[in-house]
Design a binder for this molecule. Structure first.
Ligand code: PBG
Length: 328
């Protein structure tokens, strides 16, 4: 009899759920949230429909709303009142993220609060750390002076009550430097989720509007990775694992699933960041009526999980958590 093998047998409607290999849950999701210390009322982010910049005063209400939707983890970004070349507001005791962390933890103690360790929202030039002249005479991000800055930022965030820190500046040695600083300050138990494999992606465009973190000269290609490089991507994550990262990350997510699947083999938990541009593309197509938003968003997240992500940072976290609970 032809065909001998009939895979459609197990696709009968009532059998399908038994053979689903990947199930997205609200626990997989981490919601990015922007806090702006220069505003009194929430401001919508034009390039990311549905996302807002919130004043610190809204932190408790936002955290409560996310918790009610089923979101268990957030990653916080700050828009400070003042920027300078040394990113002082990134590690100020009463800095915008430090205040936001404390407010979220006070309102929702069970919420996992993760902080992004980077300087690009806090420097006047918009680069991710300290700028200066390299040994070849170029003006560029200086690696080792920037490491010292990241140590201060991470420790200040842990002091504010962050559950986990997430270095995102793609400096060589960032995980070990931050691990040593946290340990020395008494935070040996705070995990590091490293943006270990972060590509220099044009899909971060809407985020740079949202966080006011665009750069004033050059680009980020001397520290973030070339999207064309998969072997180097693996090595970056492998090195961060060796430096003591607790969780690795691939960013962006949807176009880098091959990298995600490879990085998973290292053996540590892996996060994937569905970035601003991935979100805004879906939003724009849905607004035109060209794509079904809910189905496409859940499909994109399920595929990221299928490829190997244990955790997914996504601007869809709140909607997806709600959609998933409605389906049950
Ligand atoms: C900070 C940071 C960026 C993103 C997360 N952390 C911006 C960048 O590297 O340019 C991008 C997130 C997104 O696009 O959703 N360095």
């Amino acid at each position: 009899m032809f065909p001998e093998r009939r895979l459609r047998r197990l696709r009968k409607r009532n059998l399908q759920p038994l053979f689903r290999e990947t199930r997205l849950t609200a626990e997989d999701l981490i919601m990015p949230v922007f806090f702006d210390e220069t505003i009194e009322e929430a401001v919508p982010i034009a390039s990311m429909p549905g996302q807002w910049r919130y004043p610190i005063g809204d932190a408790a209400a936002v955290a409560g709303r996310l918790e009610a939707a089923g979101v268990r983890a957030v990653i916080l970004f700050g828009i400070p009142a003042g920027k300078d070349a040394g990113a002082h507001s990134a590690y100020a005791e009463n800095g915008v993220v430090q205040q936001a962390v404390a407010a979220v933890k006070a309102a929702c103690p069970e919420m996992v609060v993760i902080t992004d360790v980077c300087a690009c929202e806090y420097t006047d030039h918009g680069h991710c750390g300290v700028i200066g002249e390299t040994c070849s005479g170029e003006i560029d991000l200086l690696n080792d002076p920037s490491l010292a800055l990241m140590q201060k930022i991470a420790v200040s965030q842990a002091q504010a009550g962050a559950d986990m820190v997430a270095p995102s500046c793609m400096l060589d040695g960032q995980v070990r430097a931050i691990r040593e600083a946290l340990d020395a300050a008494g935070y040996a138990e705070i995990p590091i989720m490293s943006y270990s494999t972060k590509f220099s992606s044009a899909f971060y465009g809407p985020f740079r509007d949202a966080a006011d973190s665009g750069y004033s000269f050059g680009d980020r290609t001397t520290y973030q990775m070339d999207p064309a490089n998969a072997r180097e991507a693996f090595t970056e994550s492998e090195m961060d694992a060796a430096e003591g990262a607790d969780i690795l990350m691939v960013k962006p997510a949807g176009m880098y699933l091959d990298v995600l699947a490879a990085v998973r083999e290292i053996g540590l938990p892996v996060a994937a960041y569905q970035v601003s541009g991935e979100y805004s593309m879906l939003k724009a197509a849905a607004a035109q009526g060209w794509l079904d938003e809910k189905t496409c968003a859940l499909e994109s997240l399920t595929c990221i999980k299928r490829a190997g992500a244990d955790l997914i940072i996504t601007y869809y976290a709140e909607d997806a958590a709600r959609w998933l609970s409605e389906e049950q």
